[in-house]
Design a binder for this molecule. Sequence first.
Ligand code: HEM
Ligand code: HEM
Length: 196
Amino acid sequence: MLERPEFPSRANRSAEAAQYGLVAQWTHWITALLIFAAMIIAWVMIEEARDNPSRPVLYTIHKALGVTIFTIVAFRILWRAANPAPPLPARFARWEAVIAKISHVLLYVVLVGLPISGFIDSQADGHPVSFFYLFDLPAIVPRNKALSELAETAHIWLQWPLYALIALHILATVWHVGVRRDGVLHRMLPKQINAE
Ligand code: HEM
Ligand code: HEM
């Protein structure tokens, strides 16, 4: 292997990288897990036969996960406003910084738009939104067929920007870890005790 003397060692890069705080890190990874769960449950539930008894259960869990995601993302946005993201590594190219910024803003837009459209779709169609069978959320959206259809269309279409943004997001992580080696993933991970 060729040495690359112009790059600091991996451990040094990690130590140099400014990190997100614990609240930002936990809300990020919990949201990521819940999004994958909500997506997979949605794919299964819409494929199921109408009379399959597990169908309404999966819908309830999908909706409850979506409401949870909305709550965490709303909190995360407020938290971020009060606690801005750490400065990007100095080796970040301008184009990398611009794409990172735009894609993160778009991720937040989609993560707010998806649950809101799903919630309006359900309530405007007269279906209750239960929080994991513990209690029903207040019915704040009046029954309205046209509104429900509009929200359903938005909900179904918004999945595509979500998939595209997640794919870009994960590819970008691979790019930063594997090619740029600039310690970006470390920004979202706990402090390493032995980083010198
Ligand atoms: C970030 C959170 C959410 C994600 C990622 C998500 C994702 C999805 C996806 C991928 C589908 C399948 C769309 C299709 O191709 O037919 C779907 C369907 C659905 N979701 Fe969500 N969803 C979220 C939140 C919610 C919430 C909060 C509710 C309601 C409270 C909800 C209610 C529904 C309903 C009723 C359907 C079936 C739509 C239909 O085909 O009639 N979703 N969701
Ligand atoms: C559904 C899945 C995911 C969503 C919705 C998501 C969303 C986000 C958002 C919105 C940010 C910006 C944080 C902020 O500045 O406020 C972020 C940052 C980040 N995410 Fe994710 N993420 C997901 C999955 C992942 C995965 C699987 C990885 C790793 C493979 C990852 C790695 C990172 C890293 C390294 C950052 C920090 C970027 C920086 O330094 O500014 N994310 N994520």
